[in-house]
Design a protein around this ligand. Structure first.
Ligand SMILES: *Cc1c(COP(=O)(O)O)cnc(C)c1O
Length: 227
């Protein structure tokens, strides 16, 4: 696993150099969903510093079993509002906030726990009906409303383009997310400064980095095919 993680880190470095980006602003999220505690432990030993999980019950088990390790846990899957109470505080960042109902629930749970929960807003750039996320055209209004909640901190945006064999085809979607971030920041909405872009997975992360990704979420290239 060490050689796989090293290879990805090398590719990140090369890509950052090529597009003259600061390497320190590009973070690798090792997507460990469905992987055993043993496998996650191996990934941590091999240098994974952020783990990405998609299922709450599974994540609760893993974070508990691995609490001795000084790593960061991120939630990247679809979060049901009735599970928000388990996610808040457990994850340093929730990438996949996709409804106002969920914003409200995260805010409520964060208030109860007396913390500020870091979140990203998931945007459905491709408008696929099978994907979650706020539609591009509603994103600004959504952010304005979400900005009013005091117990969340909106760090940026996340997206998942359609799968393409040729990663170049994903570029317009990544570009659109970056442009949305820039447009929103120009509006100077109180409480909203978007710095993070969570985009890029095993098959398209280099292009995502070229387009400004600050978190790339990689599962298969680290852990192999999920069964
Ligand atoms: C599973 C998953 C990933 C990892 O995908 P790979 O193609 O295995 O790298 C990234 N992001 C999200 C939201 C996922 O659900």
């Amino acid at each position: 696993m060490k050689n796989k993680i090293d290879a990805i880190k090398n590719k990140i470095k090369k890509t950052a150099l090529k597009c003259q980006r600061d390497l320190n602003l590009i973070h690798l999220v090792a997507v460990s969903k469905t992987m055993s505690i043993e496998k996650v432990k191996q990934a941590i030993d091999a240098g994974a510093a952020i783990l990405g999980e998609s299922y709450i019950n599974e994540a609760r088990e893993k974070t508990d079993a691995l609490k001795a390790y000084n790593v960061s846990w991120h939630f990247i899957g679809h979060l049901q509002s009735n599970k928000a109470k388990h996610a808040v505080g457990l994850f340093d960042l929730i990438h996949s906030v996709d409804s106002m109902k969920l914003v409200k629930e995260i805010d409520k749970q964060a208030k109860k726990k007396k913390i500020i929960q870091n979140i990203l807003i998931q945007v459905n750039i491709s408008n696929e009906t099978t994907k979650s996320g706020i539609e591009l055209i509603s994103a600004e209004d959504f952010l304005k409303e979400a900005a009013l909640f005091k117990n969340i901190s909106i760090k940026g945006l996340m997206t998942m383009p359609p799968f393409f064999d040729d990663q170049e085809k994903a570029r317009p979607f990544f570009k659109a997310l970056r442009q949305l971030k820039e447009t929103i920041n120009l509006k100077k909405i109180p409480n909203i400064t978007l710095t993070e872009l969570s985009m890029g997975m095993t098959n398209d992360y280099e292009v995502a980095i070229e387009e400004g990704a600050t978190y790339i979420r990689i599962g298969t290239a680290i852990f192999g095919q999920r069964t």
